[in-house]
Write a protein that binds this ligand. Structure first.
Ligand code: UD1
Ligand code: CA
Length: 463
């Protein structure tokens, strides 16, 4: 039976005090909602339906890059039960296991969802609810068990008596698995006679019970998985918990961290053995770093592939590839599909964009190299620039193997410099340079001996 995941992400998130919808607030490298779509996807959901409402345009625009996600809109925020009904009607969900996840539940693991959906697939219970016992249960719906051990009902914090609040410590994590046919048949029966006058999804427990169907709980041993984000303080707390979990996993697999509290790594990043991550390093998106590398301090890599034994110091890399034994930094900005080949060296205050730096080539100081194909063993003198943009077009520069580009060479693209060619320092190269040639473009040096002291004498007299 196909599994459907419904993610509730339409709420106002009032407690965030934000212009943006709550689910768009980032935890590490991605908005909250994308942690939940990721977990549903990895759990094997066949359909992922996100209910949007507050800030719908922003959430939709963000989710456009997740091709397997369908959005449905809840135009009025009448509660989690109402949001679920809207999703079921708009997306024509009818049978098979339906997993419903709060959109503010970022640390839920896909294995937990999977195991839990199976409880319902077996047919014994109509519903399963993920529960936990966090150190501070305040704010969560509390589970009241019946004598037979199944769930009698869930009481929201705001509807709890002080005694229920004190004694019912098993909390609803906001992750449910339902038998799709029963959910569809009865979701319309949820009412709103409660403290918040909202349609509560957890009320399905009593409704199903009334029709003779039971609900079970799956207790999550790691309560962290079940924590929700309602405020910025909780967002920071969960960020620290996610960071600790990811970093501990990396260290256990052979990664060194001088100070794990100052290293932030997204959930889809891979780091090889004996790589050291120094303070203030952020590795985001689909980044992978090989073995034996040193990364940081002050380095941020997004969707970047790094080989083995690479040194990156104070580097920002976005959508780039850096091959084995290369060194970059301190202070380099690599972007737009740049590819640094084996053993190449990118030095300080260098920017590369959409450029291939050949094997063993060097761009050591103060250069901008964009839209350039550079061969192997090239040396680019300090201050050199590819002038690749005329205000309208981007043009390419090619530099052949072993070329020596003198300091402060301006290469006005489109232009090519042949293999082994030399350009004189400070030349502005506008014409193709043949292989093995010398190209110098600068006026001859003019000199007047004894001029300096005479000038000073004159100026002093005038004063
Ligand atoms: C909810 C549960 C509570 C549980 C807790 C776990 C209800 C009534 N209560 O409370 O039992 O312990 O989660 O974190 O479900 N949403 C919509 N449309 C709406 C209202 C909410 O899509 O009309 C979405 C929100 O965007 C959010 C999720 O549903 O992602 C949960 O809503 P929230 O208001 O955060 O519920 P809690 O009060 O935390
Ligand atoms: Ca919540």
């Amino acid at each position: 039976m196909p599994m459907t995941a419904i993610i509730l992400a339409a709420g106002e998130g009032t407690r965030m005090k934000s212009r943006h919808p709550k689910v768009m607030h980032k935890l590490l490298d991605r908005p909250l909602v994308s942690w939940v779509t990721r977990a549903a996807r990895n759990a094997g959901a066949d359909r992922i339906i996100v209910v949007v409402g507050n800030g719908a345009e922003e959430v939709r625009a963000h989710l456009a890059s997740e091709k397997d996600v369908e959005c449905v809109e809840q135009t009025e925020r009448l509660g989690t039960g109402h949001a679920t009904r809207v999703a079921i009607e708009a997306a024509h969900v009818s049978e098979g296991p339906v997993v419903i996840l709060n959109g503010d539940l970022p640390l839920i693991e896909s294995e937990t969802i999977r195991a839990f959906a199976d409880t319902v697939s077996s047919g014994e219970h109509a519903c399963a609810i993920l529960t936990m016992t966090p150190p501070d249960p305040f704010g969560y719906g509390r589970v009241e068990l019946a004598a037979d051990g199944t769930v009698a009902r869930i009481i929201e914090q705001k509807d709890c008596t002080p005694e229920q609040s004190e004694t019912l410590l098993e909390c609803n994590a906001g992750c449910y698995a339902f038998d799709g046919a029963l959910l569809t048949a009865h979701v319309g029966e949820i009412g709103c006679e409660n403290a918040q006058h909202e349609y509560y999804l957890p009320d399905m427990v009593e409704i199903l019970r009334g029709h003779g169907h039971s609900t079970t709980i799956t207790h999550c041993p790691d309560y962290v998985e079940g924590l929700g984000v309602n405020s910025r303080v909780q967002l920071a707390e969960l960020t620290a918990l996610a960071q600790a979990k990811i970093n501990e996993g990396l260290m256990a697999s052979g990664v060194t961290m001088l100070d794990p509290k100052t290293v932030w790594v997204g959930p889809d990043v891979a780091v090889g053995r004996d790589t050291e991550l120094l303070p203030m390093t952020m590795l985001w998106g689909a980044t992978s770093v090989g073995e034996g590398c040193t990364v940081g301090p002050n380095t941020r890599l997004t969707n970047t592939t790094v080989g083995n034994n690479v040194l990156l110091e104070e580097v920002v890399g976005v959508d780039v590839t850096i091959d084995d034994d290369a060194t970059c930094g301190p202070r380099a900005y690599l972007r737009g599909g740049a590819h640094v080949l084996e053993s190449a060296h990118i030095g300080t205050h260098v920017e590369l964009k959409n450029t291939v730096v050949g094997k063993g080539s060097k761009v050591p100081h103060l250069s901008y190299i964009g839209d350039c194909e550079m061969g192997a063993g090239v040396n680019i003198g300090g201050g050199s620039i590819t002038c690749n943009y005329d205000g309208v077009h981007k043009s390419r520069t090619t530099i052949g193997d072993g070329a020596f580009i003198g300091s402060d060479t301006m290469m006005v693209a489109p232009v090519s410099i042949g293999a082994g060619a030399i350009t004189g320092a400070s030349s502005c190269i506008t014409k193709d340079v043949p292989a093995d040639a010398l190209a110098v473009e600068r006026s001859e040096q003019f000199m007047k001996e004894g001029y300096a002291s005479k000038r000073l004498e004159r100026l002093r007299k005038e004063a």
